[in-house]
Ligand binder design. Structure first.
Ligand code: ADP
Ligand code: MG
Length: 254
């Protein structure tokens, strides 16, 4: 237990150092971005323009890394409010609409007939859905659909206490799929098979789902596709909320 605690402290320290580095990169990166934008307007030279494009892509990648690292290491306690699941999914789909259009992909909705209300952290769940949708799009060839399904498992069926039950959300693609070796590592921070990936998306997804007291499952077959299934209790556990952090001796973590 002692060693475990020390390991956790060491990991937290690394996390904070990483977050600090990401933070320090933000300002100079902003200047670089501005400079490159200005350069673009100064020239019509083909070669200069293609170099500028390379720089812009590098800047975007760095920007994504700093954003993801910040989100990963400075995670906030849950801030619960009443959320309607389908609305939240629609908001998330809206956020990826440019990528959907680029891939000429569409979302096939298989929503439960009735609305599903939960006590959750809307912003953090939105991050979960956006990450899963982006991954699904990255994995898919142009024109392939993505199926988003919701289901409600009520307390009578779940056998839980009154007012308790589960929301089940699945996001399925018909893309490249994953072999067993890849699947075994997808939740590791910084594990990526993409040229411009950060490998933080699923690590973030997993933590948010677990803080909500939920479960995350993945089924995948190479060449066929992948389905992520999230099972969320309708009421997230209160021990992971801001209320709890506020009363903790050191206050909220970074
Ligand atoms: P990133 O997207 O930056 O690579 P993630 O943590 O989101 O990081 O994903 C990690 C890896 O998991 C991806 O690089 C990819 O190999 C695999 N993966 C995630 N989602 C899918 C999917 N829907 N289909 C196939 N592979 C996936
Ligand atoms: Mg990702």
């Amino acid at each position: 237990a002692e060693a475990e605690l020390r390991r956790k402290e060491a990991l937290a320290a690394v996390g904070q150092a990483t977050a600090q580095v990401a933070h320090e990169i933000k300002n100079p990166l902003g200047s670089i971005r501005l400079g490159v934008t200005l350069l673009r307007d100064m020239t019509t030279d083909e070669r200069a323009l293609s170099t500028i494009e390379l720089l812009e892509r590098g800047i975007e990648h760095l920007n994504k890394i700093t954003l993801d690292v910040t989100r990963y290491s400075r995670h906030k306690p849950l801030s619960l409010s009443e959320v309607e699941l389908q609305n939240l999914l629609e908001d998330s789909i809206m956020l990826v609409r440019d990528r959907l259009a680029e891939k000429r992909a569409h979302i096939e909705r298989r929503y439960s007939a009735e609305p599903i209300h939960g006590l959750w952290d809307a912003d953090q769940l939105q991050e979960v859905f956006v990450n899963l949708l982006v991954n699904a799009l990255d994995a898919s060839d142009d024109g392939k659909p993505i199926v988003v399904e919701t289901r409600l498992i009520e307390n009578s069926i779940a056998g839980g206490q009154a007012g308790r039950g589960w929301a089940v959300i699945s996001i399925e693609d018909f893309g490249c799929g994953m072999d067993a070796a890849t699947r075994a590592r997808i939740f590791e921070p910084f594990f990526t098979t993409k040229k411009r990936g950060t490998g933080l998306g699923l690590a973030i997804v997993k933590r948010i789902v677990e803080e909500h007291g939920g479960k995350l499952e993945v089924e995948s077959e190479v060449g066929k596709g992948t389905r992520f299934t999230i099972k969320l209790p309708l009421v997230a556990p209160v021990e992971n909320t801001a209320d709890r952090w506020a009363s903790a001796p050191g206050g909220a973590p970074l």
